[in-house]
Design a protein around this ligand. Sequence first.
Ligand code: ZEM
Length: 309
Amino acid sequence: PSHSQPSATNIPPTPSSPQLAEVSAAIVKLLKQPGYDDGSAGPVLVRLAWHSAGTYDVTTNTGGSNGAGMRYEKEGGDPANAGLQHARAFLEPIKRQFPWITYADLWTLAAVVAIKEMDGPEIAWRGGRTDFTDESRCPPRGRLPDGTKGADHLRWIFYRMGFNDQEIVALSGAHNLGRCHGDRSGFEGKWVNNPTRFSNMYFKLLRIHDWKKKKLANGLEQFVYVDKDLEADSDVDGEEPEELMMLPTDIALLHDPAFRVWVDKYAQDKDLFFRDFANVFAKLLELGIRRDEVGRVVNQDNLDGGYKS
Ligand code: ZEM
């Protein structure tokens, strides 16, 4: 349904379906980036949406994807957000082409479009987010998870957003996509062999391989799996086998009994993972956003910026 009518109460309308179709098509076109990482902007766009939303704190109702605070140094300069300037740069031409969409809507929509395009599930998305016009309402730094930590830390961070154990595991399945970059997080490598295709492979690999701790030159520890056959082959042609990796937080899902239940389920049932991921990612993108009965965003303190018809 279209809600593109301006409203007397200054509540911004959400983009209409034809408007959304146009922007989504433009996002699909820019996903292919032959010179970048594994050839797709998709993974880093998913991370952008996640980090925009993952600052939410349920007790103070602050943070979340409304506002697009990462445009400001206070939030964008958080070391946890290193590298996401690439994602924002990929989307800049779309923002110029469709100036009516807010950054907060564009960043979240791009992830949903990218996941679908990478063979992932269809995820419900609703527009109407506004952009902050200064950094005063940016959340404090330090609200995003730290990959060096364990299960207690994951619960501390994700319970604060309002998620449960099952949702933590489902969300972590996004590590099917993309890779770690030494110059961003300090970790190195990808979780699965095809990091631009959404699947439940991350959970399968987590369970079946014998992950070995490896200390990187920068002092960080991650877990790696080296395929012995690949290693033998590579002696012949002199090429390094591509090692797969897991963060300490990924390995924590395997060793914590309550998380492990869901790792096993998602490894065995791709449809269940897709369903649960679609639900929890949609929930992530809505954190902190209050809507009226027709779906318009009614966070009264967030009305600067936004859609003006
Ligand atoms: Zn990630 N993530 N993440 N993540 N993530 C990285 C990359 C990506 C954690 C984490 O420390 C890291 C979620 C949860 C958690 C993606 C999506 C989602 C990287 C590598 C790190 C270190 C960054 C780099 O160097 O470029 C931790 C500790 C998490 C706690 C569970 C959730 C939830 C996600 C979405 C639903 C994605 C798509 C990437 C790949 C980015 C890229 O550029 O390829």
